[in-house]
Design a protein around this ligand. Structure first.
Ligand code: 4GY
Length: 251
């Protein structure tokens, strides 16, 4: 089953980067996923193809009209496998914070219909009638939902079997930083000395266990310093062993 994304957007070309470049572009060329854009402007009926209007109650900016958004979602829904259960997801800072587990579930399911708002927002009656989920990329305000939707699709698509060239980098779960619950360790490549700084000796040692322990400790050190909340979460999830706890106690 091919993962399918439908995106309701006033600016379909924003998604060309995702389908044409990098890991997501190659996965798209391999037929692992599909993206269809639906422009609400194509579902207007007036001569000016109006997609927005002034907010009731006053205030700055414009609000996206319900009708063109509803028609765009209905056309997207009709183009999909009937009753495939795909959520209709509005991208908004008021939504549920997107995280890796949601990307993994997205990659394993039928996909989604993403609705990208612009201007000050979208009419609440469209949200109440058509939207099943609201997701947020983070606590900041974008000028539209497109870049949030693109980031979420990228996070899902790179998890599809066959999307990464080096599948071995994902084979051993314990070495996948996204599954360890910790921040990734630092990485180094050639030359061995750059700007007077050498690659850490552990990585040059050739001792597999020593390299793995160094990387683990770097991840623990960085996570404890920058994201202590993730240390506690990893502990609760049973992802830290006795050696990890001993190392953390010595920091
Ligand atoms: N942050 N996470 C975000 C956003 C902007 C609706 C028009 C975010 O997901 N989306 O900032 N979206 C939209 C919000 C009105 C601007």
């Amino acid at each position: 089953m091919t993962l399918r994304f439908d995106v309701v957007t006033l600016f379909p070309p924003i998604f060309d980067g995702l389908t044409q470049h990098g890991i997501s572009g190659r996965a798209h060329a391999r037929g692992l996923w599909r993206l269809h854009a639906w422009n609400p402007r194509d579902y207007t009926t007036d001569a000016h193809r109006t997609v927005d209007d002034r907010p009731y109650g006053g205030g700055p900016g414009m609000v996206m009209l319900s009708a063109p958004l509803t028609l765009a979602v209905e056309h997207a829904r009709a183009a999909r496998t009937p009753d495939d259960g795909a959520p209709v997801v509005l991208l908004s800072p008021t939504g549920r914070r997107f995280e890796q587990g949601m990307a993994a579930r997205l990659a394993q399911g039928p996909g989604a219909i993403f609705v990208c708002g612009r201007y000050e927002g979208v009419d609440q009656r469209f949200i109440d009638a058509c939207v099943t989920d609201e997701w947020s990329l983070g606590d900041f305000v974008l000028s539209g939902g497109e870049l949030a939707a693109a980031a979420m699709m990228d996070a899902a698509v790179r998890l599809l079997p066959g999307a990464l060239n080096d599948e071995l980098s994902r084979v051993q779960d314990s070495f996948d930083p996204s599954l360890s619950g910790l921040l990734d360790c630092p990485h180094y490549t050639r030359p061995e000395v750059y700007a007077g700084k050498s690659v850490p000796a552990e990585l040059l040692s050739g001792h597999h266990a020593r390299i793995a322990r160094w990387r683990r400790e770097q991840s623990l050190r960085l996570t404890a310093a920058r994201r202590p909340d993730l240390i506690q979460a990893a502990r609760t999830a049973g992802l830290l062993d006795a050696a990890d706890e001993t190392f953390l106690a010595g920091l």
